[in-house]
Design a protein around this ligand. Structure first.
Ligand code: ATP
Ligand code: ZN
Length: 284
């Protein structure tokens, strides 16, 4: 059986979550900081630990079959791969920032100015699409010192917290793109059965992460109102309680509107609400 290769970041912001996701998929492997490659014991897969910038091209060229990387990095490299799944972590905004006292406010104000970035291709694409004529200064690290040094009028970079910007006398003016980690695959392998199996496992973990298991007690009179609030995976499970006229309802609810739902359930007569994490949700 062919052994596939998945490339993940060796160290940095995506490493830990990538390793965690693969482990949640039931893959058993050692995560030695010193090794470049790790063999999964219970699945035909090897894990390559690489710099994130190299991952899209490695996947495009077939050195790795799959990869986990930020959308920002994928778009910057322009590698031709297929995106199989958004992963919901590594979320960040790529923003334009300027000196705190600058009058620059909107994209068109950048005309004729210079912008420092380590994402020259992404920025060029954005400027082109918006017909903005500006100079791109490509620098590889510490982009935020650009304006202070007189190197550029603005910067284009990932903005995590405002504090790095503030410490450098900058403010963010608008977002050019939002990014998150994605699972990418070489064009030729995305239909292979083992790859499909892995993608299905990843999806079942992602579904579970955004879902909570709820158990609650309710008087039979109020059951309909509760059931209407709780669709569940198929429909809620209703179990009689020892005390007559009462039932326990088991269901799942979405993390997104979790507190709203809990409050509605309480109003509808739910008591003794217990909420538990879900590990995996397998769909047909
Ligand atoms: P490498 O050594 O692998 O090249 P790096 O220094 O380029 O790492 P990291 O800072 O570890 O990269 O970020 C990796 C990715 O994590 C980014 O490309 C982006 O997709 C994502 N990310 C999410 N949040 C942030 C953030 N607050 N700051 C920077 N990157 C973030
Ligand atoms: Zn990098």
């Amino acid at each position: 059986m062919k052994t596939y290769k998945i490339a993940i970041q060796k160290s940095g912001r995506l490493n830990e979550k990538s390793v965690e996701l693969l482990k949640q998929c039931g893959l058993q492997f050692e995560n030695y900081k010193s090794s470049l490659i790790s063999t999964v014991r219970n699945f035909p897969l090897e894990i390559l630990f690489l710099r994130d910038d190299d991952i899209p091209e490695y996947v495009q060229d077939g050195i790795a079959d799959l990869g986990i990387v930020g959308q920002n990095v994928l778009l910057e490299t322009g590698a031709k791969v297929c995106t199989l799944q958004n992963l919901g972590f590594g979320k960040c905004d790529l923003n334009i920032a300027v000196k705190s006292d600058s009058q620059i406010q909107k994209p068109s104000d950048l005309t004729g100015l210079s912008i420092a970035t380590s994402y020259p291709n992404l920025l060029a694409q954005y400027l082109n699409q918006n017909n903005i004529n500006a100079t791109i200064r490509n620098i590889s690290g510490s982009v935020e010192i650009g304006p202070g040094l007189g190197l550029s009028d603005a910067i284009f970079d990932i903005v995590s917290t405002g504090s790095t910007l503030k410490n450098n006398g900058l403010k963010s003016i608008f977002t050019v793109m939002e990014s998150e980690a994605i699972l990418i695959a070489n064009d030729t392998i995305s239909n292979a059965p083992q790859v499909k199996e892995l993608v299905e496992r990843i999806r079942s973990v992602l579904r579970a992460i955004s879902t909570k298991y709820v158990v609650l007690n309710v008087k039979k009179d109020n059951l309909n109102a509760i059931v209407n609030l709780l669709p569940g995976v198929k429909s809620p499970t209703v179990i009689p309680l020892y005390e007559e006229d009462w039932v326990a309802v088991h269901s799942v609810i979405n993390e997104k509107d979790f507190w709203e739902k809990i409050n509605l359930l309480k109003l509808a007569g739910a008591q003794g609400i217990v909420v538990m994490p879900v590990e995996k949700i397998i769909t047909p």
